[in-house]
Design a protein around this ligand. Sequence first.
Ligand code: NAD
Ligand code: UD1
Length: 337
Amino acid sequence: MGKILVTGGAGFIGSHTCVELLDAGYEVVVMDNLSNSKEAVIQRIEKIAGKPVDFFKGDICCAEDCETVFSQFAIDAVVHFAGYKAVGESVEKPLMYYNNNIGGSVTLLEAMQKHNCKRIVFSSSATVYGMNNEAPYTEDMPTSATNPYGYTKVMIEQILRDVCVSDGDFSAVALRYFNPIGAHKSGLLGEDPNGIPNNLVPYIAKVASGKLECLGVFGDDYDTPDGTGVRDYIHVTDLAKGHVCAIDYAMKNKGFEAVNLGTGNGSSVLQVVEAYEKACGKAIPKKITPRRAGDIAVSYADASKALELFGWSAKADINEMCEDSWNFTKLNPAGII
Ligand code: NAD
Ligand code: UD1
C-alpha cells in the first residue's frame, strides 16, 4: 500500500498512529530523536501490530538525518508529529520552539521536495482557533495564536499552504486536534509526560495513582453549565484512525486541507473528574484554584468536515477514554521503560 515516514512516531499520538497505519496495511518508518519518548515504544508498537517497524533515531532539524532517511527508504508519504508541545515552555524558550517546530518542518519539507515525496499529514491543533472565535469551531474560521507554540502551528499550516500553491502536485492535510487523551486498549501505549503534567487528564492520572496529592481546578466561574472549562476530549485511538483516513485522502487528492479531529462534544473539568473517579474507583481530591492565564471557557469542534472528506468520526466517549487512561497508568507505574 505504501511506506509512511512517521516523524515523532515514538511519542504519544505518533505511537498510536503507527499501530493503526500498520493495521491498515501500510509499512512504517519512524524517525524520532527520543527527546520526549523512549525507544521501548517501538517494540510495543511491533508487539501490538504483529509487524516490524523501521526505526531511525534522528532529528528533523538535521538535513543530513532527513537525507539519510529519504535515501534509505522509498517514502510515499509523511505523517509529521515531531515537535515540542508545552505551551508554558514555549513562552520561556520561544527560539527553541521556533527552531525545532518551524525549522524542523522546513528541513523535513526540503528533504521531501528533493526526493519527490509530495504528501504530508501534519499535527496541527485547535489552539489555532485562538481566543476570538466561538465554538463549535469550523475550519474556515480565522486562525491566530496567543503563545509561541500556537504560532508554530499557525505558521506551519501557512508554510504547507504555500508549498501546495507552489507545486500543484503536492498534498498536505493539517489535522487540528482537540484534546487527545486515553491510551491503547492493550495498556502498552499511553501518555507518559516527564515531571508534573500541565494537561488535565495526565494530572488526574497522577493523583489517582497517588503520585500527586490534589488536582487544582483552574477556575469555576466560567460561563459554562458548572463554571469549569469545557473541552472536546478525543480518544487517542480515534485520533490515530483519523490519520489513516487523512493519509488515504492525501494519496488520492492534491492541495491543502485543514481538518478538525474532535468528537464535536464538550466535557467540563468536573465531568472529566467524575468519569475518572468512576474508572479508577477512587475519589480524586480537588480544589478550586484561580483561572490559568490564556485559558478559554469553551472549546469544541464542528467535526462535520472530517466525516464528509474522510468518512471518519470519533467513537469513544469520555468514560471509555478515562478507563483506558487508568488501565495504562495502572499497568505502567514507572511509565514506559
Ligand atoms: P509527544 O511529545 O509525545 O511526541 C512528539 C515526538 O516527537 C516525541 O517522541 C519526540 O521525541 C519527537 N521529537 C520532538 N522533536 C523532534 C525532532 N526535532 N526530531 C525528531 N523527533 C522529535 O507529543 P504528542 O502529544 O504525541 O504530540 C504530537 C504532535 O501533535 C505534536 O506536534 C503536538 O504539538 C501535536 N499536538 C498534540 C496535542 C496533545 O494534546 N497531545 C494537541 C494538539 C497537537
Ligand atoms: C492545552 C494548551 C493547548 C494545547 C493542548 C494540548 C494551554 C493554555 N493550552 O489545551 O495549546 O494544544 O493543551 O497539549 O496550555 N485544567 C485544570 N487543572 C489542571 C489542568 C487543566 O483545571 O491541572 C483545566 C483547564 O483549565 C482546561 C481543561 O482542564 O479547562 C483542559 O486543560 P488542558 O488539558 O491543559 O488542555 P487545554 O487547556 O485545552
